[in-house]
Design a protein around this ligand. Structure first.
Ligand code: 5GP
Length: 207
């Protein structure tokens, strides 16, 4: 039985400062058709962030109501704030055959894996913990107590890498992004995604 080809669901996680935002930005530049799921969050916007582009900035009550109405594909509390992925956009894009990128934390990624085991789960790691702490300080967007929490959690988070399908070391972001593109390319040819071609070939013979 031929299966309709769905888009790839690419899920990218990694400790804060590993550079997943930069890598995802490069992927989006190189794949203009890649659907990007804009998350909801209760955290305050940072300088330069725009509602509806970086996040949908919501109150806790609004996010709780979305959770109650099953509007989120996954959600998690990260550093004291809610973050979640609106379900509808992701499902519509995948059904239309478009690839979708989720840049989400580990708790969220594991929830997505339960519902979409066929997703492609990529874990970005820094070259070292030293480099990670340098990057977080240099970014300068978080208060000192948030930075300390992010660093403390990074080591625990690295332990979850084995739950993912791929690990990419982000030494040079452009190279890391190129590796993710290679993964996506290979994933397209997996038997689980392409067997319908064999079915179609066989059906032609029967006609
Ligand atoms: P930030 O506050 O730095 O933008 O994001 C903090 C963390 O929340 C990052 O690890 C980011 O990937 C994660 N995050 C962003 N959006 C979502 C989401 O929709 N769901 C989950 N589970 N995590 C998210």
């Amino acid at each position: 039985m031929a299966a309709a080809p769905h888009g790839l669901l690419l899920v990218v996680s990694g400790p804060s400062g590993a550079g997943k935002g930069t890598i995802c930005g490069l992927l989006r530049q190189q794949l203009p058709d890649l659907g990007y799921s804009v998350s909801v969050t209760t955290r305050a916007p940072r300088a330069g962030e725009t509602d509806g582009i970086n996040y949908f900035f919501k109150s806790a009550a609004e996010v709780q109501s979305m959770i109650a109405d099953d509007e989120l594909l996954e959600y998690a509390e990260v550093y004291g704030n809610y973050y979640g992925t609106p379900r509808r956009y992701v499902e519509e894009q995948l059904e239309a055959g478009k690839d979708v990128l989720l840049e989400i934390d580990i708790q969220g990624a594991l929830q997505v894996k339960e519902h979409y085991p066929e997703g492609v789960f990529v874990f970005i790691v820094p070259p070292s913990l030293d480099e990670l702490s340098k990057r977080i300080y240099k970014r300068g967007t978080d208060s000192l107590d948030v930075i300390a929490r992010r660093l403390a959690e990074a080591e625990t988070e690295l332990g979850y890498a084995r739950k993912y399908d791929y690990i990419i070391v982000n030494d040079v972001a452009a190279k890391a992004a190129a590796k993710v593109l290679t993964i996506m390319e290979a994933e397209r040819y997996k038997v689980s995604r392409t067997y319908f071609i064999v079915d179609e070939i066989c059906q032609q013979k029967e006609k």
